[in-house]
Design a protein around this ligand. Structure first.
Ligand code: NAD
Ligand code: ZN
Length: 345
C-alpha cells in the first residue's frame, strides 16, 4: 500500500495513493457513517457505496460551495439524528471535499471525516492539505477551516469517467507541482501528455503519486501558509483574476496564469525564454489555453481589487529555474507595468 502522511495541528491525514473505492469500509471506523456526494458521482458510483450509509447530496459546481449548502446538510444531519460520534465521508471532487470538510469541522464542533477523491484535481490538490472552505458573495474560500481528514483515498480508476476538460484541469495543477518542486517529472509529462489525456491508468497513477508527494511535502513544512505553502499559488494570482472574469474552469485559468508567471520570471532574468517556450508547448499539448481574450486592463483591475485586502504589495511566486519556486514581494504597480509589457507583445 502506498500511503503518505500529512501532519497538521488538528491531526494527521493518511493519503492512500493506490486505493480502491470498493475498499472504503476498511478505512472507516465502526459507528454511524454518512456520505456527502454530488449527483454526477452518485449516478456513476452510487451502486458501489454502502447502501446503509445515509447520503447527503449537494449541488454541482462552485455555486454550490456555500454556507447555505453547509446549513442545509447540517439540517439533514439533525433530521437523521446524527451525533458527535458519526463519521462523514465526502465522495467526489474538490467541491464535495471542501464542503464535506467544512460540515464535519463545524457540526457539533467537529466530527471525524475522510474523502474519496474522485477528480484528478482533487486527488492532487483539493483533498490534500486540510483546507476546507466555502464561498461567500463570490469570494472564493473566504469562510473555512484548517482541519485534516482522517484519510484521503485516491482511486485513479474513477478518473476514467472524468470529462477530458476536468482531466486537463488536474494536469494544470500537476504541472504546477512539477514546476515548483519536481522537475524530474517534466520529461515524463511531456512524453505522456496524450496518454494522460486518454486516462491511461499507469500514467495517471505515476503522475498522482508524484504530485501528491509534492503537495504533502509543502503542507508538512507549512500547514497554515506562512511561507513555503505560498509556493502552491504559482500561476494562481493571475489565474484567479482570469477565472473571476468568467468563461474558464479553474485549471484552464491556472494554465494561463502559469505562462504569465513564467514570463514574469523571464522578465526578471530568472529563467530563459526557451524554458517559457517549452512549457507553452506542453500546455498546448495538454489542450490547455495559453492566452486570454480579456483585455489587459480588465484582468489587472480584477487582480487589484482581489488584492486590496492584503495591501499594496503582493506575494508573487516566480521560478528561479524550472523546478524551483521563489516567493517575491512585488508592488502591484510593478506587476502591472510588466503585465502590460507582456500583453503588448
Ligand atoms: N481545499 C483546497 O486546498 C483546494 C485546493 C484546490 C482546489 N480546491 C477547490 O476544488 C474545487 C474544484 O474541484 P474539482 O475540479 O474537483 O471540481 P468538482 O468537484 O466540481 O468536479 C468537477 C466535475 O466532475 C464531476 N465528477 C467528479 N468526479 C467524477 C468522476 N470520477 N467521473 C465523472 N465526473 C466526476 C463533478 O460532479 C463535477 O461536475 C474548487 O472549488 C477549488 O476551490 C480546494
Ligand atoms: Zn488551483
Amino acid at each position: 500500500m502506498d500511503v503518505l502522511t500529512v501532519k497538521g495541528k488538528s491531526g494527521s491525514s493518511q493519503i492512500v495513493l493506490d486505493a480502491s473505492l470498493d475498499r472504503l469500509e476498511e478505512y472507516v471506523p465502526d459507528g454511524r457513517t454518512f456520505i456527502v456526494t454530488d449527483a454526477n458521482v452518485e449516478r456513476l458510483y452510487g451502486d458501489r457505496l454502502p447502501s446503509d450509509w445515509p447520503r447527503i447530496r449537494i449541488g454541482l459546481g462552485e455555486s454550490a460551495k456555500t454556507p447555505e449548502t453547509v446549513i442545509d446538510a447540517i439540517r439533514q444531519l439533525i433530521a437523521l439524528e446524527a451525533d458527535r460520534s458519526v463519521f462523514i465521508v465526502g465522495v467526489g471532487g474538490g467541491i464535495v471535499c471542501d464542503v464535506t470538510g467544512f460540515i464535519a469541522s463545524t457540526f457539533m464542533r467537529g466530527v471525524r471525516f475522510g474523502f474519496v477523491s474522485s477528480t484528478l484535481l482533487s486527488q492532487v490538490d483539493a483533498s490534500v492539505g486540510g483546507k476546507n472552505g466555502v464561498n461567500v458573495d463570490g469570494y472564493k474560500n473566504i469562510f473555512g477551516t484548517f482541519n485534516q481528514p482522517k484519510f484521503v483515498l485516491c482511486d485513479t480508476n474513477m478518473l476514467a469517467t472524468l470529462p477530458i476538460e476536468e482531466l486537463r484541469c488536474g494536469l494544470a495543477e500537476i504541472l504546477k507541482h512539477i514546476l515548483i518542486a519536481d522537475v524530474d517529472m517534466l520529461p515524463y509529462l511531456e512524453e505522456n501528455a496524450s496518454r494522460a489525456l486518454a486516462a491511461d491508468q499507469d500514467v495517471l497513477r505515476t503522475l498522482v503519486a508524484h504530485s501528491v508527494r509534492v503537495k504533502a511535502n509543502v503542507v508538512n513544512q507549512d500547514e497554515r501558509e506562512a511561507g513555503e505553502r505560498r509556493k502552491l499559488n504559482f500561476g494562481h494570482t493571475f489565474g484567479h483574476a482570469i477565472e473571476k472574469l468568467g468563461g474558464l474552469r479553474h485549471g484552464e485559468a491556472v494554465a494561463i496564469g502559469t505562462l504569465f508567471a513564467l514570463r514574469l520570471s523571464e522578465h526578471r532574468n530568472l529563467i530563459q525564454s526557451a524554458d517559457v517556450a517549452r512549457i507553452e508547448t506542453l500546455l498546448k499539448a495538454l489542450g490547455l489555453p495559453t492566452t486570454t481574450n480579456h483585455p489587459a486592463d480588465e484582468v489587472l483591475r480584477t487582480m487589484r481589487s482581489d488584492k486590496k485586502r492584503s495591501g499594496a504589495d503582493i506575494h508573487f511566486v516566480l521560478l528561479e529555474r524550472l523546478g524551483k519556486a521563489r516567493v517575491e514581494r512585488m508592488p502591484l504597480d510593478e506587476l502591472e507595468e510588466v503585465a502590460r509589457d507582456i500583453f503588448m507583445e
